[in-house]
Design a protein around this ligand. Structure first.
Ligand code: ADP
Ligand code: ZN
Ligand code: ZN
Length: 721
C-alpha cells in the first residue's frame, strides 16, 4: 500500500488533506508540495507521512510535485505551529501559511540567497569591447566593466538599469552573481551598565540554554535596549541566533543601527513592508543559520531558528502583536511557545507591561526584573493635569497648554502635542438642521480630512467629497466638531507662525521611509512643535523634546471595552516618557474634563505599577482576563437574519458545556462596510474547560448549513470585543 501524505493547505478550514505521494521526489514532514486542489493547484506543507487515510486510495489524488529536497520548516516549527493552531483554534493550513513568507508559498524555486549583484559574461566583455550596444545597455555594460556591482549600487548609479539588465541577461551578456558582503565593524562602545541593568543581564544570561520567561519592567529610557544588546552580544559570541521582535516597522531602523554599530554583526530585518523577495531571502538566511540577529515585526515570530539562543519581545504590551485576521495568533504568546520548544530564554520588555504579563509574574510563571533608574536623565518627567472645564478653548487647546508650548519653544526646545486621532475633525455637523456626515456602509460619522477636501470613514475607508453645503437643508455652515491631528497642526501653526510644526500620523507617513525622514528633519537644537498620534508614543530618542501635552484622552475613560483603562494608562505613560530623555528635564501636561477620575489620579500620583495593580484586582473580582478566559465567535453577512441564524445554531451546539455564553448579540459596530455583524462571547474559568469544549465545536461549525451564508471567525483571547 502506498504511503499517504497529510498536507496543510492555505484554506480557512479545520482540516488537513490526504494525497498519494508524487511520482518522483521524496516529501518529508515540513516540505512543500504542489497538489491538485478543487479546480486548480495549491502549494501545501506536508504535516505527516505514512498516514492511514480514511479516504479510499482509489479516491485520493496524487501530489504533483515535491518543491523542496528537504523540509523547509524544521521539526520545531512544525510542532510549534501545530500547537499554535490548536491553541488559537485556527485553520492549520493558515497557520503554516503564516509561517512562510509570501514568495515561498508559490510554486517557484527558492530565491538566490546571495546579495543581488551583476557581472559581465565573456560575451558581454566582447560586446563591450566591440562597442556593439547603445544607450542604457551600453551604460550598464560599462558600469560592470571593472567587476561585479550590487543591485543596490546600480540603483544609485543608473536609475532605470533594470530594463537594460533584463535585455542583456536575455542576450547572455551579463549574469547574476554573488558578492561577499563585508561584515560591518562595530563603531560604538557599550556604556558601563547600571547595577540594575547588570543584574538583569546576569540573571537572564544564567538562563541561556534553557527555557525561562522574563519580564523586563523598566520605565522608558531606563536602558532596556542596552540589556538586550548585552545579551545578544553573548548569544552571538556563542554562535547562536537572537530574535528581536518590535511592534512597529517605524521602530526597526534605529534598533537595527544600534545592534549593527554595537555588535558589528549584520541584522536581518523581516517585516511586511519589505519587498517579498527580500523578505524570503532574510527568512532563508535565518533558516540556514547564517543570520545571527533577526529583527522583525509580528510575523517574524515564525522565523526558523536552527541555532536559537534568545528571543526578545520589546514593548510586549503593544496591541500590534495580535493578528486581527486569518490566523488570529498573538506574537508574544507565540514567542513563549517557541522559546519553550527551543529551550531558550524569552525576554518580554516594557515600561507598561500588559496585565496578562503582570498576572503571569504574580503566578510565578515569569520572573520580573526591574529597571527603576534612568541613566543620564535628570529625573522622570512630572505629569500635571490641566482642568479643561470652564476654559476658553482654542481648537480644543486650553490656555495653560498653549502657554506651556510657548514657553518651551521660547527656550529653543521642542513640544509634542499628542492626539490619537487622524484627520481634521471626527464629525462634520450642520448647525442649521443637525445633519451630520455619516458613512452609508457603517452608519458611523465620517472623519473630515480638510487638506484632501474629503470625508473618510475610518472603519471601512469609504470616501466622499466634502459637500459645499448641507445635503439635507442646503445651509452653508457645516461645522467640524472635535479635533484631529490635522486641525491641531493648523491651530498650532497659526498660533506659532515662526516655529516649524510637524504632523506625524498615518497620513503624513504613508511612504516607506517618510517617518524616519520627518524625524530626521527635526534639528536637535532647534525649537519645533510636533503633533502626532500613537506612532509617536514609542521609541525614538528626541533629545530636545521637553514638553508633552496629551489631549483628548477622555473617550478612553468612558469606554465600554474592559481593556480601555489598561490601554489608556499605557498610552499616557508611554507618551509621557517621550519628554526629557536626554539632559533636559521634561514636563507632561494631560488635558481633561475629568481631573478627578480615580484612574488618572492614581496613575499620576503613584505610577503605572500601582494603577495596573488596581486594574488587575478589578479584573480578578469579575473574572475577566487574565483571570477568566474568553473566545469570541464573530459573524457577518449582508443580511442580519443570516448572522443571527448562524450564531443561534453555534450557541445551541454549546448547550450543556461548562461555559458562560454572552449573546448572540450585535457587535459593537453592528454594521460595517455594508455587512451586519454579530458575535457570541464564550467564557470559562479555566483554559482547559474552554478548549476541551471548543475544539470539537470549532470543527463542527464549518459543517453547519447556516455557516454557509456568513463569514465567521473565532478569536481566542480577543483584544477588542
Ligand atoms: P529603553 O530601551 O529602556 O527605552 P535605552 O536602552 O534606549 O532605554 O536607553 C535610553 C538611553 O540611555 C539611551 O540613549 C542609552 O544609550 C542610554 N543608556 C542606557 N544605559 C546606559 C548606561 N548604563 N549608561 C549610560 N547611558 C545609558
Ligand atoms: Zn442642514
Ligand atoms: Zn464605513
Amino acid at each position: 500500500m502506498p504511503a499517504v501524505l497529510r498536507v496543510a493547505l492555505p484554506v480557512p478550514l479545520p482540516t488537513l488533506f490526504d494525497y498519494l505521494p508524487a511520482a518522483s521526489g521524496r516529501a518529508d514532514v515540513g516540505s512543500r508540495v504542489l497538489v491538485p486542489f478543487g479546480k486548480g493547484k495549491a502549494v501545501g506543507v506536508v504535516v505527516e507521512t505514512n498516514v492511514e487515510s480514511a479516504v479510499g486510495h482509489a479516491r485520493l489524488k496524487r501530489v504533483l510535485k515535491v518543491l523542496d529536497d528537504g523540509p523547509l520548516l524544521d521539526a520545531e516549527l512544525m510542532a510549534t505551529l501545530a500547537r499554535a493552531a490548536d491553541y488559537w483554534l485556527g485553520a492549520p493550513g493558515e497557520a503554516y501559511a503564516n509561517a512562510l513568507p509570501l514568495a515561498l508559498r508559490e510554486d517557484r524555486p527558492l530565491p538566490d540567497l546571495r546579495e543581488e549583484a551583476w557581472a559581465l559574461t565573456a560575451a558581454g566583455q566582447s560586446a563591450l569591447d566591440a562597442g556593439s550596444r547603445r544607450g542604457g545597455s551600453r551604460a550598464l555594460l560599462e558600469a560592470l566593466a571593472p567587476g561585479p556591482v550590487t543591485a543596490e549600487l546600480l540603483h544609485e548609479l543608473l536609475p532605470g538599469w533594470r530594463d537594460a539588465a533584463r535585455r542583456l541577461d536575455e542576450a547572455g551578456l551579463i549574469e547574476r552573481t554573488g558578492v561577499a558582503g563585508a561584515a560591518p565593524l562595530p563603531t560604538s562602545t557599550p556604556p558601563e551598565l547600571m547595577p540594575e541593568q547588570r543584574q538583569a543581564v546576569d540573571t537572564i544570561a544564567a538562563s541561556l540554554g534553557q527555557f525561562q520567561s522574563f519580564l523586563l519592567d523598566g520605565v522608558t529610557g531606563s536602558g532596556k535596549t542596552e540589556v538586550y544588546l548585552a545579551l545578544i552580544e553573548q548569544v552571538v559570541a556563542q554562535g547562536k541566533q537572537a530574535l528581536l521582535l518590535v511592534p512597529e516597522i517605524g521602530l526597526a531602523p534605529q534598533t537595527v543601527r544600534r545592534v549593527r554599530d554595537r555588535l558589528g554583526v549584520a541584522v536581518e530585518v523581516l517585516h511586511s513592508n519589505l519587498a517579498e523577495g527580500d523578505r524570503a531571502r532574510a527568512w532563508l538566511r535565518a533558516r540556514s543559520g547564517e543570520a545571527k540577529v533577526i529583527l522583525g515585526t509580528r510575523s517574524a515570530v515564525f522565523t526558523p531558528l536552527p541555532h536559537a539562543g534568545l528571543i526578545v519581545v520589546d514593548e510586549e504590551h503593544d496591541g500590534a502583536y495580535k493578528q486581527q485576521e486569518g490566523f488570529r495568533y498573538h506574537a508574544r504568546d507565540l514567542a513563549l511557545l517557541r522559546a519553550r520548544a527551543l529551550d531558550v530564554p524569552v525576554v518580554l520588555g516594557s515600561a507598561t507591561p500588559s496585565l496578562e504579563s503582570l498576572a503571569n509574574v504574580q503566578a510565578g510563571r515569569y520572573r520580573a526584573l526591574h529597571l527603576r533608574a534612568r541613566p543620564g536623565a535628570i529625573r522622570a518627567p512630572q505629569v500635571q493635569i490641566v482642568d479643561m472645564r470652564a476654559q476658553r478653548l482654542e481648537h480644543g487647546l486650553s490656555p495653560a497648554l498653549l502657554a506651556a508650548v510657548a514657553d518651551t519653544v521660547a527656550r529653543g526646545e521642542q513640544a509634542l502635542v499628542f492626539r490619537n486621532r487622524r484627520g481634521y475633525a471626527p464629525v462634520l455637523l450642520c448647525h442649521a438642521c443637525g445633519w451630520h456626515a455619516e458613512c452609508p456602509r457603517c452608519e458611523h460619522p465620517m472623519t473630515l480630512h480638510a487638506g484632501r477636501r474629503q470625508l473618510i470613514c475610518h472603519h471601512c475607508d469609504y470616501t466622499a467629497r466634502l459637500p459645499a453645503q448641507c445635503p439635507a437643508c442646503a445651509a452653508p455652515d457645516l461645522k467640524p466638531q472635535g479635533q484631529g491631528t490635522e486641525r491641531l497642526e493648523e491651530a498650532l501653526a497659526a498660533q506659532f507662525p515662526e516655529v516649524p510644526v510637524l504632523r506625524i500620523d498615518r497620513e503624513t507617513t504613508r511612504r516607506r521611509d517618510a517617518f524616519e525622514q520627518l524625524l530626521e528633519s527635526l534639528h536637535e537644537d532647534r525649537p519645533a512643535i510636533l503633533v502626532g498620534t500613537q506612532m509617536l508614543a514609542k521609541g525614538h530618542d528626541l533629545p530636545n523634546l521637553t514638553l508633552v501635552a496629551i489631549v483628548g484622552v477622555d473617550e478612553g475613560l468612558h469606554s465600554v471595552d474592559f481593556r480601555a483603562s489598561e490601554r489608556l494608562s499605557q498610552l499616557v505613560v508611554q507618551v509621557a516618557g517621550r519628554a526629557g530623555r536626554a539632559r533636559k528635564p521634561g514636563r507632561v501636561l494631560l488635558q481633561t474634563h475629568h481631573p478627578d477620575h480615580p484612574l488618572l489620579r492614581q496613575l499620576l500620583a503613584q505610577g503605572y505599577a500601582a494603577a495596573a495593580a488596581t486594574l488587575l484586582d478589578e479584573r480578578r473580582s469579575v473574572q475577566l482576563p487574565p483571570y477568566g478566559h474568553q473566545v469570541l465567535l464573530r459573524a457577518e453577512a449582508h443580511q442580519r437574519e443570516h448572522v443571527d441564524a448562524f450564531l443561534v445554531d453555534a450557541a445551541h451546539a454549546l448547550a450543556g458545556a461548562p461555559l458562560q455564553l454572552a449573546g448572540p448579540m450585535p457587535a459593537p459596530m453592528p454594521l460595517r462596510a455594508g455587512r451586519h455583524r454579530g458575535q457570541l462571547l464564550i467564557e470559562a474559568e479555566t483554559r482547559s474547560a474552554l478548549h476541551t469544549a471548543l475544539r470539537p465545536w470549532y470543527r463542527m461549525l464549518s459543517t453547519l448549513p447556516s455557516a454557509r451564508r456568513v463569514r465567521w471567525s473565532l478569536d481566542v483571547d480577543p483584544v477588542d470585543l
